[in-house]
Design a protein around this ligand. Structure first.
Ligand code: ATR
Length: 270
């Protein structure tokens, strides 16, 4: 008996998730298949219903459906409720749809794998959209000394910081108010997609700082190039992609795959 999983997105053609989960399944011996489904923009809930009716057990959800997935869930994990978004759907034995988000824990695991210590660190997070909202709780749970959220639209960063202020020392504002040094700077804006760079001061990085871009590509993003020229070590988001997938796999199957060989193979194929 093979259990069916998929990733929903629009567009979805270039998703790496089917390959990642096929590798996890092979490694763990779990009998699953995993496909990519382009859900219609106006009926995500219908696409999930149809998938379940055809025997689907769970799904990943990517752009632009994470908020819609959040709304259709009957039960939400605490971290999904905080994030306001769901990237992992789980069909319960009771037939209810459970929602979780694994993006934030994926980011924190990838930082840990790179030897980055978050406890006591000065963190700067760039951006205040859904991607950033999804990672703030696990970042704050790692007990940094401080966390600054900076965004092009300052008010959005201020509101986001206020939403998470009960979890730690977090402040929000515009790029012009950013003043370093920081030990870890995480780019969660979509600026890299357009080959753009948020306007940042030159003296952003502490000695030994890490710059992390949630985006990835065959070449370093413009943000990572800029950071490297200023002495920071650069890490792209390919590891976050694999780690969030591993956490989804764990939620579905109760098994933790070894992410290292899967990440290495993806890197070679970029
Ligand atoms: P996502 O789900 O990827 O977070 P989003 O919710 O649309 O997408 O958020 C995109 C983020 O990237 C926002 O923080 C946006 O800034 P604004 O809130 O001011 O729009 C940021 N962003 C997009 N393009 C940018 C650019 N060229 N420079 C700086 N920030 C940019």
């Amino acid at each position: 008996m093979t259990d069916h999983y998929c990733v929903f997105g629009h567009p979805i053609g270039h998703s790496k998730s089917p390959g990642i989960h096929a590798a996890f399944a092979e490694q763990t011996g779990e009998a699953i298949d995993y496909t990519a489904i382009e859900a219609p923009l106006d009926d995500f809930a219908g696409a999930w219903r149809d998938f379940v009716a055809a025997g689907g057990r769970g799904a990943n959800v990517t752009v632009p459906f994470k908020e819609e997935a959040f709304r259709l869930c009957e039960v939400l994990s605490p971290r999904a409720r905080r994030a306001g978004a769901v990237n992992t759907l789980i069909l319960g034995k009771d037939g209810q749809t459970y929602g979780d988000t694994t993006d934030g824990v994926g980011l924190v695991r990838d930082l840990e794998r790179h030897g980055v210590t978050l406890a006591g660190a000065r963190l700067l997070v760039l951006g205040a959209g859904g991607a950033v909202r999804g990672v703030l709780e696990p970042l704050l749970a790692a007990a940094p000394a401080s966390l600054v959220v900076a965004n092009r639209t300052a008010g959005k960063a201020e509101r986001l910081a206020a939403d998470f202020a009960d979890l730690g020392e977090v402040r929000g504002g515009g790029f012009d108010a950013v003043s370093g040094p920081f030990d870890v700077v995480i780019n969660g804006t979509s600026a890299s997609l357009a080959n753009e760079l948020p306007p940042l001061p030159d003296d952003l990085f502490a000695a030994g700082a890490t710059a992390y871009d949630m985006m990835y590509g065959a070449e370093p993003t413009v943000f990572l190039q800029w950071a490297g020229e200023r002495g920071a070590r650069g890490v792209d988001g390919l590891g976050m992609l694999v780690e969030q997938a591993a956490e989804s796999f764990f939620q579905w199957r109760g098994r933790r795959p070894d992410t290292t060989p899967v990440l290495e193979a993806l890197r070679r194929a970029l």
